[in-house]
Design a protein around this ligand. Structure first.
Ligand SMILES: Nc1ncnc2c1ncn2[C@@H]1O[C@H](COP(=O)(O)OP(=O)(O)O)[C@@H](O)[C@H]1O
Ligand SMILES: N[C@@H](CCC(=O)OP(=O)(O)O)C(=O)O
Length: 483
């Protein structure tokens, strides 16, 4: 290990990770995303379909509604590697000229990975930068529609550039434009998964970017770091590489702080709080900076993906990093890193969230909030129970059953002796897939399930969120003493 490095570990597992088992029967991929908040009939039909279809024990993708495309979990030979290359590595931030030597070296490196039998997905930013150059704009516009228009101009040229370079090596590529909104819908997610698997098994390199034209302020990925992590989780990648214009995560922005130290290994993202400052912005064109790379790493770690931050200018390092860290003796947190392959490695979680819970937490958008009382907080987080209507005090937002919601508690409902001084007004406890719509929950909140029949005319589930569809956060120790 080099002297100026820090290794950050925290062996304490997150509370949400305790619940790692996946309920294979109710895979997120089986869920349909009804937009009708009260379609009870659809719910009954779906319940029937789910019962009929639940079969395979090992596959989380074992069934889906008859109307949805069918999915089979596929294991491809070789490692599956997602490489994300940021704007600052695709074009010069000032002139927007493509950084050809970096791009050609990336193509060469991907070709070698393919020859080694691995499957590679490339997530490439740079549509905006490429469009700016084409339109002879000196600066990125501030208005969203203008940025989207510039990206539309640049995306075609960006793909043409990649295609040209890969064609020298006879390597076919495919353009895949994604948006979070698409991927949070199970049927579209199934299609995306199947398309990726087909492309990879044909030996094609999918080149992914955000579908900028349709992305909306509130629901867009916001940056390709997150998109690459969601893609890596979805296709069960072994590695996610975030290739950028710094060699590592540092304790502070190395451009502003020459004393910043490298962080070489991270086992728990929460352990970075107070040690790493990632808040300062990245390049003028890049959108995320280091902060979104940390969000992406957390998401990928929870899905069991080893995430690496490294410099894009020497892409051949990727090959050496993979061969070094794929050796069993180098997988652990204490493994030395040779100077030539310095990078930051985020270890995959030992208690990775199953697909179903990972998707509820990271793939789906939260459609509303359920506010609970203290008894419910203890029941779900300490006693590991499902969430029942009796502990629900309020509902916010409009959502149907089977959608993901946030679970929150007002700190006014938490006993004073447990609260730390100056807590926030609300604390987010976790997320879950609801068995009832927002309208139904507002009618049954505070009640025992025995009363559902008389109020709603039916009682499909005794719980509002089943334990298997509940993903809990680690409650911040700064707000509440350990429960
Ligand atoms: N703690 C940190 N460690 C490393 N880089 C940081 C940190 N905080 C901020 N940064 C900045 O993040 C930049 C990388 O983000 P960004 O420009 O968005 O890259 P990309 O375009 O590759 O996504 C670095 O160039 C650096 O200036
Ligand atoms: N879709 C945008 C992506 C922007 C983006 O996420 O940029 P970055 O933070 O540099 O990865 C583009 O291609 O310009």
């Amino acid at each position: 290990m080099t002297k100026d490095s820090t290794s950050i570990h925290n062996s304490k597992p997150k509370s949400e990770m305790d619940e790692s088992s996946t309920n294979n029967k109710d895979s997120y991929l089986s869920a349909s995303n009804s937009l009708d908040p009260d379609s009870h009939q659809k719910k009954l039909e779906k319940t029937h379909l789910l019962k009929e279809g639940s079969s395979g024990k090992n596959s989380p993708y074992s069934f889906s509604p008859a109307s949805s495309p069918h999915i089979h979990l596929r294991k491809l030979p070789g490692l599956t590697i997602v490489l994300k290359i940021g704007t600052s590595s695709v074009c010069d931030p000032a002139t927007h000229v493509p950084l050809l030597s970096t791009l050609y070296s990336t193509v060469q490196m991907i070709h070698i990975l393919r020859q080694q039998g691995h499957n590679v997905v490339l997530v490439s930013s740079g549509a905006v930068g490429t469009g700016l150059r084409r339109l002879k704009f000196h600066k990125k516009p501030t208005e969203l529609a203008k940025v989207q228009a510039v990206a539309a101009v640049g995306q075609g040229r960006l793909m043409a550039l990649w295609d040209n370079m890969f064609s020298f090596l006879d390597q076919p590529i495919a353009q895949v434009l994604l948006s979070r909104n698409d991927l949070s819908r199970p049927a579209q997610h199934v299609n995306a998964y199947n398309t990726f698997m087909e492309l990879l098994s044909m030996g094609v390199i999918p080149i992914v970017n955000e579908n900028d034209t349709v992305s909306l302020g509130g629901i867009r990925f916001g940056d390709n770091d997150t998109l690459s992590a969601i893609t890596a989780g979805m296709i069960h990648a072994d590695y996610l590489f975030l290739l950028t214009d710094v060699d590592c995560l540092y304790t502070d922005n190395p451009r502003n702080n020459p004393d910043a130290k490298r962080v070489l290994c991270v086992e728990d993202i929460n352990a970075l709080t107070g040690t790493v400052d990632a808040t300062s912005a990245g390049s003028s064109l890049g959108t995320g900076g280091m902060a979104t790379k940390l969000v992406a790493a957390e998401l990928a770690m929870a899905a069991g993906v080893c995430t690496i931050i490294t410099h894009s200018s020497k892409p051949q390092k990727v090959i050496d990093i993979i061969s070094h860290f794929s050796k069993p003796e180098n997988k652990g947190a204490s493994a030395d890193i040779p100077e030539e392959i310095l990078c930051t490695r985020f270890l995959p979680s030992n208690n990775r969230l199953g697909d179903h819970k990972w998707w509820i937490k990271h793939g789906m958008r939260s459609s509303g909030t359920i506010f609970v009382d203290y008894g419910a907080l203890i029941a779900i987080s300490v006693q590991k129970k499902s969430l029942f209507a009796a502990g629900i005090v309020d509902v916010e937002g409009v959502f149907s059953f089977n959608q993901s919601v946030t679970i929150s508690i007002s700190t006014s409902l938490i006993p004073k002796d447990i609260l730390r001084p100056n807590p926030p007004e609300y604390i987010e406890i976790g997320n879950g897939l609801v068995n009832y719509s927002s309208t139904e929950i507002s009618r049954i909140k505070g009640l025992k399930s025995g009363m559902f029949e008389s109020i709603l005319g039916y009682c499909d589930s005794e719980d509002v969120i089943h334990r298997g569809s509940l993903v809990l956060n680690q409650i911040d120790d700064n707000f509440v003493k350990p429960l």
